[in-house]
Design a protein around this ligand. Structure first.
Ligand code: COA
Length: 249
């Protein structure tokens, strides 16, 4: 498993998966996505694991896709394949996933929360969906799921304006279950992951399947459609200019 993603058993039946590039605010490069996919697959395959706790190192969830990787993919004429593979993995995982968010949750750092069963944010957490500001377009099934959980006006505000928003707004938009005191999201997430791990696993899995069943096909179709447009936007002049501006800073 890559160093940029850590995976460890932190309680009976609970694996903690940690995005771990703190000097890059846990930006997700290709190795990170591969690490996340492998960690989820390992958790899914291990009968002893009953809940997944997802978090980021160094008081930060993740600053989203590594913009250097975006720029390299764009220059090579490639799409965001490994990110899509990660989204497919997290959106179809059968075991419950609990997210613990502190610091920044940007881009896919916010959209991946739509696929977690429970999520807790420290009061200082900051969220942002800057796809349009970067010359890109929504990903992660967010163009379907965000209107569903937040309402169409809120989804348009967050996805079109691309402004940062706080933990209270994230809770109001249905992205997290609760806002907890800064620095305690992991503790809260672990408590809920332990609670899930202590429940009858087949019943938990069945409940998760039933909760997702109604939207599963639409989510998969949306992720694929968004990926097509996102791949085209990655190579657009608007996006390339935005990446260059960020990397020049
Ligand atoms: N991709 C690549 N590098 C990133 C990154 C990303 N998504 N996010 C942060 N970094 C790098 C910064 O360039 C900086 O590098 P440096 O130390 O060589 O200057 C380092 O990580 C620390 O980030 P910094 O910007 O100094 O931290 P901050 O606390 O001032 O701001 C963020 C944090 C997350 C608000 C800011 O880094 C940011 O906006 N990042 C880009 C987020 C983004 O647009 N993601 C893509 C979404 S589709």
């Amino acid at each position: 498993m890559s160093e940029s993603v850590l995976s460890e058993i932190v309680a009976a039946g609970v694996v903690q998966i940690t995005m771990n590039r703190p000097d890059r605010k846990n930006a997700l490069d290709r190795a990170s996505y591969a690490g996340l996919i492998a960690a989820i697959a390992a958790a899914e395959a291990d009968d002893a694991i009953r809940a997944i706790l997802l978090t980021g190192a160094g008081g930060c969830f993740t600053s989203g896709n590594d913009i250097k990787d975006f720029a390299m993919a764009a220059a090579a004429g490639e799409g965001p394949r490994v990110a899509i593979d990660f989204l497919d993995a997290i959106s179809t995982a059968k075991k419950p996933i609990v997210a613990a968010v502190e610091g920044f949750a940007v881009g896919i750092g916010t959209t991946m929360l739509l696929h977690c069963d429970l999520a807790f944010a420290g009061s200082g957490a900051s969220f942002r969906l800057p796809f349009v500001t970067l010359g890109l377009s929504p990903e992660g099934g967010s163009s379907y799921l965000l209107p569903l959980v937040a309402g169409s006006k809120k989804a348009a505000e967050l996805l079109m304006l691309g402004e940062a928003f706080d933990a209270g707004t994230a809770a109001g938009a249905g992205l997290v279950n609760a806002v907890v005191p800064e620095g305690t999201a992991l503790e809260h997430g672990l408590a809920k992951a332990k609670a899930l791990a202590a429940l009858p696993p087949q019943s938990v899995a069945l409940t998760k399947m039933l909760l997702k069943r109604g939207s599963a096909a639409a989510v998969a179709e949306t992720i694929a459609t968004e990926a097509h447009h996102f791949g085209e936007r990655l190579r657009s002049a608007e996006a390339m200019a935005a990446f260059a501006a960020f990397l020049k800073k």
